[in-house]
Design a protein around this ligand. Structure first.
Ligand SMILES: C[S@@+](CC[C@H](N)C(=O)[O-])C[C@H]1O[C@@H](n2cnc3c(N)ncnc32)[C@H](O)[C@@H]1O
Length: 235
């Protein structure tokens, strides 16, 4: 048994495991008390997931990617809504050989996409495609599409995807992302939408997912990560 496993066992016996987990996740996330004991991904990915402050979200991404690899599901990866590339870097660590498309204005929310609730929202402007490319190293399999999505998906109609992460925060491009990627997603491919259970922008992401999935055969699975992501696996 690992030292972490032993500590867990002792704390569980004392009825203190829940309390200890919450405290340690806050003050020392690197200890990984709440981490998977037997992840299907490697130790470097485990360490990276623990360092993010949202282990549930990143470990879920890593599990999905490990499953794609195990089942040999072909297809490109995409992240729509990249900001400074923190998650892009994680995706690349999990799947260094996959083609990875990254979409963002790199200037924050387009005015036309904003809703009354976030009309003045000026976040996510302090980035650039060059900074993201630098942060990702010289990976030749990374394709950065700069500008307002979905116009930036033009030319990719023939592409096939295995993993798509939508993290746009607002309704119109989230719905457009679902419309563009769903038919191009491989059987068994993953489509994840961040902020499903985030009330921001009048629950924009939940509205888009609920509207789009109303006539689809797949069910959604909600994750207990920090901002409430949702997972769809193509049948
Ligand atoms: C929450 S941030 C993404 C965070 C990133 N996924 C991460 O984990 O670090 C949302 C991003 O969506 C981008 N965005 C919103 N609407 C967009 C649109 N229509 N086209 C392109 N990018 C858009 C914003 O510029 C912003 O960088």
């Amino acid at each position: 048994m690992t030292q972490r496993g032993l500590a867990r066992k002792v704390l569980a016996r004392l009825g203190l495991l829940g309390l200890a987990r919450a405290a340690f996740e806050r003050i020392a996330p690197g200890l990984g008390l709440g981490a998977m004991e037997f992840p299907t991904f490697g130790p470097a990915v485990q360490r990276a997931a623990l360092a993010t402050g949202d282990y549930t979200r990143y470990a879920s991404l890593a599990l999905a990617i490990a499953r794609l690899e195990e089942e040999g599901i072909a297809g490109a990866f995409a992240e729509v809504g990249v900001y400074r590339g923190a998650t892009s870097r994680f995706l690349l660590r999990c799947a260094p050989a996959r083609k990875l498309y990254l979409f963002d204005t790199f200037e924050g929310f387009p005015l036309a996409d904003r809703e009354p609730e976030n009309r003045e929202d000026a976040r996510f402007r302090d980035t650039s495609a060059e900074a993201v490319r630098r942060a990702l190293g010289a990976a030749g399999n990374v394709v950065i599409r700069i500008g307002r999505f979905p116009a930036t998906a033009a030319g990719l109609e023939g592409e096939r995807f295995a993993f798509v992460l939508l993290d746009l925060d607002v309704f119109d491009p989230t719905l457009a992302g679902l419309e563009f990627f769903y038919p191009r997603l491989a059987r068994g491919g993953y489509l994840l939408v961040h902020d499903f259970n985030n009330p921001e922008s009048n629950r924009a992401c939940r509205r888009a997912v609920t509207q789009f999935m109303a006539d689809k055969p797949e069910q959604i699975v909600e994750l207990p990560d920090v901002w409430g992501s949702v997972v769809i696996r193509k049948s």
